[in-house]
Design a protein around this ligand. Structure first.
Ligand SMILES: *Cc1c(COP(=O)(O)O)cnc(C)c1O
Length: 411
């Protein structure tokens, strides 16, 4: 079920203070997500969530997660700069390499961040750019399909990420010869899944693999990084992931492979993005046009440059109309933006109550991979971001772009 934690009065009040479109984030909800995750893994040695910065790259949000004990997962120069801006350093930063300019290793090593290598060839690049640290994380790709029960959850064999099993046996001794003392394992095998067996199954694979590689290489396994992938219920009727059940499932696998976690030396890390911020961000937009041809269209003042997921993936985002939560959904609309692209639709043939011009539409579950995927196609500019603080204040945490911003890079 999409998140209906805020009353319409909050959305309406925000829309009185700031022109639409803009993103609204709920501080209380963000903190609750971090606390629920920390509680679910409180049994685990040295647990830490590294919030995936790409999901919501705003230092005000990162600071909230820092206060909740989280680190950050970065994979670009600018994401490292954001992490610094928000006060992170050292092992509170995970740097996940992936075909990026090798000089970015220099920056990550200067910050003393944890390094996650995407490929065996990264060993030489890292050695030349900042050197091999004591602990190196490596990303595993098991190939083939990844299944949970009868369901195919992902196709690692087609994914660009990670090392093969054979490469781990070759590369870890190379890292050891270059001075590494410990290794860590990471894998990301399913995206946006609310299936509570995902992390337990993934952890079992990585724990078994880590134990085997410890024996094989003589390196110590420092931690297992379960990465992102825990999903959120975008559609009505979908269930939330049950973090307590997920944490308990991972604990059982830990016990099976390493024994009692109370005496365990292998730490657990996660890099959730979507789960941490997705449900607690909304895109607010006004209905500004109505058009009736072969279908009924509602034109809004946001467009796919503000929220790309529906156009890019056909993703479902729930929409409600402020003041009409309980009205019958007896109209069928395509809700569209103003781009000259026919996929610029936030909803297609969506049952909604009657929409009147001037209505405030709330697009749900936009807090992750929403603003951050924005672009400027058609000369449409990125919107503002507003944080609804726990004390009731509406804090502007990013202003909307202006034409001057759009032209700033012209030579
Ligand atoms: C995108 C990403 C994440 C976060 O994924 P979510 O689906 O948002 O949880 C975590 N780790 C890495 C390396 C990623 O690329």
């Amino acid at each position: 079920m999409p998140n209906f934690s805020l009353p319409d009065s909050v959305f309406l009040s925000a829309a009185e203070q700031f022109p639409t479109p803009f993103y609204l984030y709920d501080e209380k909800g963000l903190r609750e997500n971090a606390r629920a995750l920390n509680a679910a893994f409180s049994w685990a040695p040295d647990f830490r969530e590294y919030f995936a910065v790409k999901a919501l790259p705003n230092p005000h949000i990162l600071k909230i997660f820092r206060e909740e004990g989280c680190g950050v997962d970065c994979s670009s120069e600018c994401e490292l700069l954001l992490a610094e801006m928000a006060g992170f350093s050292g092992d509170a930063i995970m740097f996940s390499a992936n075909a990026m300019p090798p000089a970015e290793f220099d920056h990550a090593r200067a910050l003393n961040a944890l390094i996650n290598l995407d490929d065996i060839s990264d060993i030489d690049l890292l050695a030349a750019h900042g050197g091999i640290p004591e602990t190196v994380c490596v990303r595993f790709n098991p190939g083939g399909d990844f299944t949970l029960g009868n369901a195919i959850m992902g196709a690692p064999g087609e994914s660009k990420y990670g090392w093969t099993r054979e490469q781990l046996s070759l590369g870890l001794p190379q890292l050891k010869a270059l001075g590494a003392k410990k290794f860590a394992l990471h894998a990301f095998l399913a995206s946006n899944t609310t299936d509570n067996s995902y992390y337990p199954k993934l952890s079992g694979i990585l724990f078994d693999l880590g134990a085997a590689l410890e024996k094989e290489t003589g390196l110590e396994l420092a931690f297992v990084n379960l990465s992102g992938g825990v999903g959120i219920p975008y559609r009505p009727g979908e269930k939330k992931a049950d973090l307590a059940a997920i944490g308990e499932g991972v604990r059982r696998e830990y016990q099976r492979v390493f024994g009692d976690p109370a005496h365990g030396k292998v730490a657990i890390k996660t890099e959730l993005g979507r789960f941490m911020t997705g449900p607690d961000g909304w895109l607010l937009t006004h209905a500004v046009h109505e058009k009736k041809i072969y279908r009924d269209y509602i034109g809004v003042d946001a467009c796919a440059s503000n929220l790309m997921r529906p156009a890019m993936y056909g993703a479902y985002h729930h929409i409600h109309i402020c003041g009409k939560r309980d009205a019958a959904a007896d109209h069928l609309y395509d809700v569209t933006g103003c781009l000259c692209e026919n996929n610029d639709k936030f909803a297609v043939e969506r049952p909604l109550p009657r929409v009147d011009l001037g209505d405030l539409l709330v697009i749900h579950d936009a807090g992750a991979h929403g603003f951050s995927m924005g672009y400027q196609y058609n000369g449409r500019l990125r919107s503002a971001e507003v944080l609804y603080r726990e004390d009731g204040q509406m804090q502007l945490i990013r202003r909307a772009e202006t034409p001057e911003d759009y032209f700033a890079t012209l030579v």
